[in-house]
Ligand binder design. Structure first.
Ligand code: CTP
Ligand code: MN
Ligand code: MN
Ligand code: MN
Length: 397
């Protein structure tokens, strides 16, 4: 029992982007619960509710110690009635009945499994569930037409579900660095996403690539992809070209949250360290074998390889996002691709509501000046955007 005099109320700023947040979370029981409800809302096409739960979770994540009493939360931002009810439930009973029943619900379980397939979003999963498909087996035998991404996603489901480690991210970085250095010397590559934020695992590996000379980055992605592909490093890739200038949200238009950079959503084939070693041993062993017995070698080698493929993991599939940005937009692209998603969302909301500016992964506009500057388009606007971003970052991060 905590007496009121012992309770120290917490205090945090209103926007997630104004808070110092470390990887140390003192309230993971509460934030896990709220994140699960956020996920359920997002998977149910209730984005508004999803954001509300994400904001509430982010506030609790930023607290310097564990919440022990609900009165400590008085005056904290973003804690709506619904989130508070869940928090109170957990503080009182150890669990939240809503979270437990969501976790146990067939619909939530099916949504998680189906959207866990790369290429499957909430809408597709919902349609499949209405058609009686709740798991991978049912999907496989349903005869549903799958697009190329979904086929690859289904094929590599187990691998992609496994979190990516920092060691694996570094290994992928090595591959991408070699590829980039060979197709465009001088190009620069940065690990973005969760790993740039210091997370120890991720669901994928994100890279941003640019060249210090504006314009040299044009045409890089197809070369990069074919370098990787020709070496058997890609299990799947889909490249979308840069559509910034022709887009609805190009210069002079309000930016959307989706950026227009040339990007490649891919699945890499990453050799496991063990497989690399075994390959070396095999090469040595087979060399000896072929000297001893030239005739039966190919049959034995074939069987040997089949056995080996079935019994050992020689590689694993890893989701990788590659993005190419012109250097003039690099600062914004880096900021936009570092995440987290909520941080980005809050930063944009803060820029708009508190500073009258529009921030995207391409630029930062002063909303008043954009109206005065419809003709100059890219060059002057980008200079302005670059300068304002630098000031913005220095002042706020
Ligand atoms: N992003 C984006 N446009 C997309 C996808 C992602 O701008 N179409 C940005 C997101 O805002 C996020 C960053 O890229 O900030 C990385 O996204 P993602 O890989 O989905 O998330 P991570 O934060 O890296 O988390 P995880 O470890 O799960 O990959
Ligand atoms: Mn509600
Ligand atoms: Mn990521
Ligand atoms: Mn990503």
């Amino acid at each position: 029992v905590v007496s009121d005099s012992e309770v120290i109320p917490f205090s945090v700023p209103g926007y997630a982007c104004q808070r110092r947040t470390t990887l140390e979370n003192h309230n993971s029981v509460l934030t896990d619960a709220l994140s699960l409800l956020a996920e359920n809302a997002e998977l149910s096409d209730e984005d508004g509710r999803g954001v509300a739960f994400r904001r509430a979770a982010a506030v609790l994540k930023a607290l310097p110690s564990a919440v022990t009493h609900v009165s400590q939360l008085t005056g904290l931002p973003c804690l709506g009635e619904h989130s508070l009810r869940v928090i109170k439930d957990i503080l009182k009973n150890g669990t939240s009945s809503e979270v437990e029943s969501t976790k146990a619900s067939e619909r939530f379980k099916a949504l998680k499994v189906l959207t866990g397939i790369f290429g499957v979003g909430a809408k597709t999963a919902d349609r499949w569930i209405r058609e009686g498909i709740h798991n991978l087996q049912q999907l496989r035998s349903s005869g549903q037409t799958l697009n190329r991404a979904q086929q690859a996603g289904l094929e590599h489901y187990a691998d992609i579900r496994q979190p990516v480690s920092t060691a694996e991210a570094e290994a992928i970085r090595g591959l991408v660095e070699r590829a980039v250095a060979s197709v465009l010397p001088g190009a620069q590559i940065v690990l973005t996403g969760g790993f740039r934020r210091g997370k120890l695992t991720g669901h994928d590996v994100d890279f941003l690539i640019t060249h210090p000379e504006e314009g040299r980055e044009v045409g890089l992605m197809p070369k990069l992809v074919s370098w990787l592909d020709s070496r058997g490093l890609l299990l799947y890739q889909k490249t979308s070209r840069n559509s910034y200038l022709e887009s609805q949200d190009g210069p002079g238009r309000p930016p959307s949250n989706i950026d227009r950079f040339e990007r490649c959503l891919s699945i890499f084939k990453l050799s496991t360290p063990e497989a690399a070693k075994t390959d070396l041993q095999d090469a040595a062993e087979n060399g000896v074998q072929s000297e001893e017995d030239g005739e039966s070698q190919s049959g034995e080698l074939g069987q040997h390889l089949q056995r080996k493929a079935a019994s050992e993991r020689r590689w694993r599939a890893v989701r990788v996002d590659l993005v190419v940005s012109p250097v003039s937009q690099f600062a914004f692209a880096l900021l936009g691709w570092t995440g987290s998603k909520l941080f980005e969302r809050e930063l944009r909301r803060w820029a708009g509501h508190e500073r009258g500016m529009s921030l995207s992964s391409h630029a930062l506009y002063d909303n008043k000046q954009v109206k005065r500057c419809t003709e100059c388009r890219l060059t002057r606007l980008d200079k302005l955007a670059y300068l304002t971003t630098i000031t913005f970052l220095k002042a706020n991060l």
